[in-house]
Design a protein around this ligand. Sequence first.
Ligand code: NI
Length: 195
Amino acid sequence: MSRTHDQSLLEALLDSWDRNNTILLNLLRALPEGGLEARVMGGSPSVAELFTHIHYVRLVFLLEDAPEFARDLPEEEWMDERDPDRLAQMLNDSAKAVRDAVQSRVEAGQDMNLHYDHPILLLQHMIWHEGYHHGQIKLALKATGRPLTDQEAGRVTWDVWDAQEVSGRARSGCPLHFSSQKFRTHITDHDIRQM
Ligand code: NI
């Protein structure tokens, strides 16, 4: 791949990674009572184990691809950690390590050591992986009678992708703005009908 370096594109990509982690933490904080122990079915990982798995996977790829940014791997991949503060700390720590590794490799024009055709693909891979498990977490909540409503989940998850600054675009009703009715309908479909 071309190694031309555009700082504003890099910043936007790192921002997408920060938002992805914010969404994950917001989901963690929005869990109803007993949410960390929910499972889709017997034998499925608990919500707590899905969060620790996400953290572990980030660190494994870092260890293999940019070991200078690696942290100590937890002893277990699927730890049943029930302390939300501890989970938040782990996720923030691994998110920063991934961010720093990608930024460093892109700015240095250096490939990852093992996987990926470009360092940015680590970010894309992790965002895809974590979105996949995000859906499973919400399904586990629903399957155990603890569904998150659109009111609860949409504001702290989907809306994190919306423009963060209060701009004239939102107030003027620009049809391309994410807060358009079409986007809201899309959110509702995911949170209520499908999940
Ligand atoms: Ni996974």
